[in-house]
Design a protein around this ligand. Structure first.
Ligand code: NI
Length: 165
């Protein structure tokens, strides 16, 4: 279950605190929850540059009429093999496709792959969210969306991270 919480004092400028409180009110919840989320996000961001296990959601909008682009995107995904966990493709209009590619693998590698895809000619918009600390060993936490996962099966551990969610 949840880890024990430690209390500590935080000092900040009055004006910053007022603006922060407005954010806290807008999102609901407490100052502590908001600070914990900020700290968690900063920790994840710092880790993403290091080679740690991660999952990534890459979103891109591209023009499928651009020569070879569809083939190139396909080829990259085949190269990645089972590092690609899921892909969603939506035909937005006559020209544009939206694709969301969910991958897992090493964070530094995922960042390179994402940059390579986003830099392709014909990719018009996009971005990537890389999240670390979501491997099976760290799975027993409550999610922001308020759902719980069933307990991990006690199988002998394999190197591959098959479980997602
Ligand atoms: Ni399409």
């Amino acid at each position: 279950m949840a880890e024990r919480l430690v209390r500590f004092g935080v000092a900040m400028e009055q004006s910053l605190l007022e603006e922060f409180d407005e954010l806290v009110d807008a999102r609901g919840g407490t100052r502590s929850e908001a600070l914990r989320d900020l700290a968690r996000a900063a920790v994840v961001r710092a880790k993403v540059g290091r080679p740690v296990p991660a999952v990534a959601a890459l979103t891109l909008v591209y023009d499928h009429h651009v020569r070879d682009l569809t083939e190139k995107l396909n080829a990259v995904q085949h190269e990645l093999g089972d590092e690609v966990r899921s892909t969603m493709h939506v035909h937005l209009d006559h020209h544009h496709c939206l694709e969301v590619i969910v991958m897992n693998g090493r964070s530094d590698r995922l960042r390179i792959v994402a940059a390579r895809i986003l830099a392709m000619r014909g990719v018009k918009h996009g971005g990537v969210e890389i999240i670390t600390d979501v491997g099976p060993e760290r799975h027993a936490h409550a999610h922001a969306q308020g759902h719980e996962h069933p307990p991990e099966p006690s199988k002998p551990s394999t190197r591959k991270r098959r479980r997602s969610t």
